[in-house]
Design a binder for this molecule. Structure first.
Ligand SMILES: [Zn+2]
Length: 323
């Protein structure tokens, strides 16, 4: 499932390509009848709160999208790849398992920042593809919503939530979400307050979007390792300073994720290690998806256990989990 950094990057794509533009909004698949409310209006803003995307229109209506596990946006047309997406175009496709359109960007370093005809898929991972021959390209598969401007098109497939909200509806959604560092200036205090009020283990609390918005399975595991914290520690018994350090680490990791498009959670890498980590997620994490492999710090085998139906990874030694 895409974690918060991905949704912030998608919001940035919308701001980059759609601000102020009047758009045609349709539902090629036919399952999103409310698209008519947005059709013909101009996009005024796009932003993310945790894993939720909000695109606002000059009518006052707001498109609210949650990608869930399978959702993804495909941008095509005069799409501006940022330096990370364009330089990593081929490699990202090779590592995400569903790469069919990769490796077309040998010239990418020459074209950083220049909008050009291309495709970019943004979901759990990002994948640059070959440019459509005709614009706009015909919708492929089950496109829930298509947002078409004069030179760019965005197709959404497989979301968990895709709805039109009035501003009051946005307030309601945001009201139940925990803080997101990129949105909430006082997020740290709210995070600590909400942690103090929960009886659940910290491994669950970090995944609870009402306590902190945007953290998913990868960041949860990695943050707990970085903090040398047991995932099973009762959240409300943790010292306040520990909670504050966790928040600050999330602020730092989220910023790296938004910048690079990758969940880079290891510090102090050499240039070569960093290249390897950007190219391959097996080289990118301390514990995530490393069950049975030796801990990078103490060589104890990493453990995987199910917690609320999600795989939880940790080092029993470094994180003080007694067996
Ligand atoms: Zn260890």
């Amino acid at each position: 499932m895409p974690e918060g950094h991905s949704v912030h990057r998608i919001a940035a794509q919308f701001r980059r390509h759609y601000l102020g533009k009047r758009v045609a909004v349709s539902s090629p698949q036919g399952r999103f009848g409310d698209c008519v409310l947005l059709d013909g209006h101009a996009v005024t803003d796009a932003y993310a709160v945790g894993k939720h995307l909000f695109v606002t229109f000059d009518s006052g209506d707001v498109l609210h999208v949650h990608l869930g596990i399978y959702g993804a946006w495909d941008f095509a047309g005069a799409v501006e790849l940022d330096d990370t997406a364009s330089s990593a175009g081929g490699r990202m496709g090779q590592t995400n398992g569903h790469g069919t359109v990769v490796g077309a960007h040998e010239d990418s370093l020459a074209s950083i920042g220049a909008p050009r005809r291309t495709r970019l898929r943004m979901g759990e991972s990002e994948q640059a593809g070959v440019s459509p021959v005709v614009f706009p390209p015909a919708p492929i598969g089950q496109v829930r919503v298509r947002i078409l401007a004069d030179d760019v098109v965005a197709d959404l497939r497989g979301p968990t939530v895709c709805e039109v909200l009035a501003p009051s509806g946005v307030a309601r959604v945001r009201g139940v979400l925990g803080p997101d560092p990129l949105v909430d200036k006082k997020g740290e205090d709210r995070f600590v307050e909400r942690c103090r009020a929960t009886a659940t283990p910290i491994g669950r609390a970090l995944m609870n979007q009402r306590i902190v918005a945007g953290i998913g399975n990868v960041y949860r595991a990695e943050m707990l390792f970085r903090a040398a914290l047991s995932p099973f520690a009762a959240t409300k018994t943790l010292p306040e300073e520990t909670l504050r350090e966790l928040w600050r680490d999330w602020v730092k990791l989220l910023a790296i994720g938004v910048k690079t498009g990758q969940m880079m959670t290891m510090d102090g890498l050499t240039a070569g290690q960093k290249r390897a980590a950007l190219a391959n997620r097996d080289d990118r994490h301390w514990v995530y998806r490393r069950a049975g492999e030796p801990c990078r710090v103490c060589a104890t085998p990493i453990v995987m256990e199910m917690m609320e139906a999600r795989k939880l990874y940790f080092c029993p030694q470094c994180q003080g989990v007694s067996g």
